[in-house]
Design a protein around this ligand. Structure first.
Ligand SMILES: NC(=O)c1ccc[n+]([C@@H]2O[C@H](COP(=O)([O-])OP(=O)(O)OC[C@H]3O[C@@H](n4cnc5c(N)ncnc54)[C@H](OP(=O)(O)O)[C@@H]3O)[C@@H](O)[C@H]2O)c1
Length: 332
C-alpha cells in the first residue's frame, strides 16, 4: 500500500489507519479480546500498518492489545500513533467530564500534560506497547492548566531521547497549533471529520496545509452511522456513548440515511459498501494524511480495507461532496 509522509516528519503512514479506541471497550459498551486481536491482525494483513491508540482507551487495555498483537513483527513493519495528556488516576489538571469505568464506578476525567506527566506516560505506553519507540506522540486534548511550551519541551526531550519519532496534536484550535509551533515542529493535527461533520474545512485544514501538518481525521464513519447500519430507534449496549449523541437522534439518523441513499448508486457502481465509499472520499479530501477508521472485529477491518480497491473520478468525488454540502444536523 502507498505510504504518505506525515507532515514534515520522517514518519510514513498508510492513508487509512486502524483506530484502536473501540477495542479498549470503554465508552463502547465493552469489547472482546479475541475479536480485537483478530481485528489488528486483519488490518496488518490488509496492508494497514498504521495503528492509532491511546492510554485512555480502556485505561491501558487498547495499548496492551496493540502490543500483544504486534509482538514478534519487525518494528519497521508498522507505525504506532499514541497519545498522552488524559488523567483518570488523580484529580490534577483541567477537569474534563464525569464518567464511569468499565465496572460502572464513577470517576472524573482530567486533561493534564505537565512535563513530568508526559515523560511518565511515555514510559508507560512504551511498556504496554512492548516497543522502544513511538512513531507519532500526540497530545490527546488541550490542557489549559499547563503552558503549551512546557508540554512540548517535554515532547522535544522525548524526541531527543529517541523514544518518539514525531510530535502531533489532537483537537487543537488553530491558535493552539500556532503556539505549539513556537516550541516544536508538529507533524499532524488529529481532529474529528466526517462527511456529516466538516467543521475543520474552514480554518483547521488551511492552517495545516500552510504550516506543513498532516490532518488525521477521526470518526470518519461518524462512529458507525455512515455505514448505513444504524436505523431510528437503534438499541445500543449499556455504556455505549453513541446513545444520546446529537448525530444519533432519530431525526439525524433519518437525515444521514437520506444522504447515504443519495450516494449509494456511486458505491454500487464500484461494487463497494457505503463504509468503503465514505472512507475513500475522506482519504482524498484536501490536507488529509491518514484516515482513522475504527473497527471492533476482523470483518469490519476487512470490509473497510476495501476502500482502497477502487478510485473515484473527480466528478464522483464532487458529486458526493455536493450531496454532503446539502446535509445539515437537526438540533436536539
Ligand atoms: N483524538 C481523539 O480525540 C479521538 C477521538 C475519537 C476517535 N479517535 C481515533 O479515531 C478512531 C476512529 O474513530 P471512531 O472509532 O470514533 O469512529 P469511526 O471510525 O467513525 O467508527 C468506528 C466504529 O464504527 C463501526 N464500524 C466500523 N466499520 C464498520 C463496518 N465496516 N461495518 C459496520 N460497522 C462498522 C464499529 O462500531 P460498532 O460495531 O460498535 O458499530 C467501529 O468501532 C478511533 O478508534 C481512535 O483511534 C481519536
Amino acid at each position: 500500500m502507498e505510504l504518505r509522509k506525515l507532515g514534515k516528519s520522517d514518519v510514513k503512514v498508510t492513508p487509512m489507519a486502524f483506530g484502536a479506541w473501540a477495542i479498549g471497550g470503554w465508552m463502547w459498551g465493552g469489547a472482546e479480546e479475541k475479536a480485537a486481536l483478530g481485528a489488528i491482525k486483519a488490518a496488518l494483513e490488509a496492508g494497514i500498518t498504521t495503528i492509532d491508540t491511546a492510554p485512555v482507551y480502556g485505561f491501558g487495555r487498547s495499548e496492551g492489545l496493540v502490543g500483544k498483537a504486534l509482538e514478534g513483527i519487525g518494528r519497521d513493519q508498522y507505525q504506532i500513533l499514541t497519545k498522552f495528556g488524559m488523567n483518570w488516576q488523580t484529580e490534577e489538571g483541567e477537569y474534563f467530564f464525569d464518567s464511569e469505568d468499565m465496572e460502572g464506578r464513577p470517576f472524573k476525567m482530567y486533561k493534564w500534560a505537565s512535563k513530568e506527566k508526559v515523560m511518565q506516560e511515555c514510559e508507560d505506553s512504551l511498556r504496554r506497547l512492548k516497543t522502544d519507540y513511538i512513531d507519532l506522540y500526540q497530545i490527546h486534548w488541550p490542557d489549559a492548566t499547563t503552558p503549551i511550551s512546557e508540554t512540548f519541551e517535554a515532547v522535544e526531550r522525548l524526541m531527543e531521547q529517541g523514544k518518539i519519532r514525531a510530535a502531533g496534536v489532537c483537537n487543537y484550535s488553530t491558535a493552539q497549533v500556532e503556539e505549539a509551533l513556537q516550541t516544536v515542529q508538529l507533524a499532524s493535527n488529529q481532529v474529528p471529520y466526517s462527511m456529516i461533520n466538516r467543521g475543520i474545512e474552514k480554518e483547521v485544514v488551511p492552517q495545516a496545509q500552510e504550516k506543513g501538518l498532516g490532518i488525521i481525521p477521526y470518526s470518519p464513519l461518524q462512529r458507525g452511522l455512515l455505514t448505513g447500519k444504524i436505523k431510528p430507534g437503534h438499541q445500543f449496549n449499556e455504556g455505549d456513548t453513541r446513545e444520546g449523541s446529537l448525530y444519533y437522534t432519530d431525526e439525524n439518523i433519518r437525515r444521514t440515511q437520506a444522504l447515504l441513499d443519495e450516494i449509494k448508486p456511486i458505491a454500487d457502481s464500484h461494487n463497494a459498501t457505503l463504509a468503503q465509499l465514505v472512507i475513500n472520499w475522506t482519504m482524498h479530501r484536501p490536507g488529509v494524511a491518514c484516515v482513522l477508521a475504527g473497527a471492533r472485529n476482523q470483518q469490519q477491518v476487512t470490509d473497510n480495507a476495501r476502500a482502497f480497491s477502487f478510485s473515484l473520478s473527480k466528478e464522483e468525488h464532487d458529486k458526493i461532496t455536493a450531496a454532503a454540502d446539502r446535509f445539515s444536523l437537526a438540533e436536539k
